[in-house]
Design a protein. Structure first.
Length: 53
């Protein structure tokens, strides 16, 4: 006898959580008047000042 587990699609809750986390990081960066370090599609590192967010 085999038991099949029903898998849930978690992509939407994960995307919502990531969006919320990104918003929090941006808000914290603005509060601290710091900068955000990101990488573009080519892998180049860029620093974005808080005033540009």
């Amino acid at each position: 006898m085999t038991v099949k587990k029903q898998s849930k699609d978690l992509s939407n809750p994960i995307k919502a959580a990531l969006d919320k986390a990104v918003e929090k990081v941006i808000a914290d960066t603005k509060i601290k008047n710091s900068y955000l370090v990101i990488a573009d599609e080519k892998g180049n590192i860029k620093k974005i000042p808080a005033k540009d967010l």
